[in-house]
Design a protein around this ligand. Structure first.
Ligand SMILES: [Zn+2]
Length: 109
């Protein structure tokens, strides 16, 4: 079972206490944006085999949204951080780089 530490209340929450919110760090496009940008925002996702950044909500705890960095192949969790964070925390970057040589943080638009 997936267990994530909520960065707000510090609880180690089982998957059953959490709600998945999809991919993290999406740039939102709305009215006035081009069709392609809006379509990409709505439908296109990374879905990588490996390091992935996701949104989770501590539904049966504090109720707050946060981000998790984990590996989709091994379910290894590299860390969690607050949802308002736009740049991946350095300690999580270092942890991922140590375990996945050659991995790099992609630039989000
Ligand atoms: Zn919490």
């Amino acid at each position: 079972m997936l267990t994530l530490q909520c960065p707000y209340c510090g609880v180690q929450a089982d998957e059953t206490e959490l709600s998945a919110g999809g991919e993290a760090h999406l740039k939102r496009f709305g009215p006035g944006s081009g069709d392609e940008a809006f379509e990409n925002y709505l439908f296109m996702r990374e879905n990588p085999k490996g390091v992935h950044f996701e949104r989770w909500r501590h539904s049966y705890g504090c109720g707050k949204w946060f981000h998790a960095a984990r590996c989709t192949m091994t379910l290894e969790v590299f860390g969690t951080y607050k949802a308002q964070t736009t740049e991946l925390p350095q300690d999580i970057k270092d942890k991922i780089s140590a375990k996945r040589p050659g991995w790099s943080w992609r630039e989000f638009q």
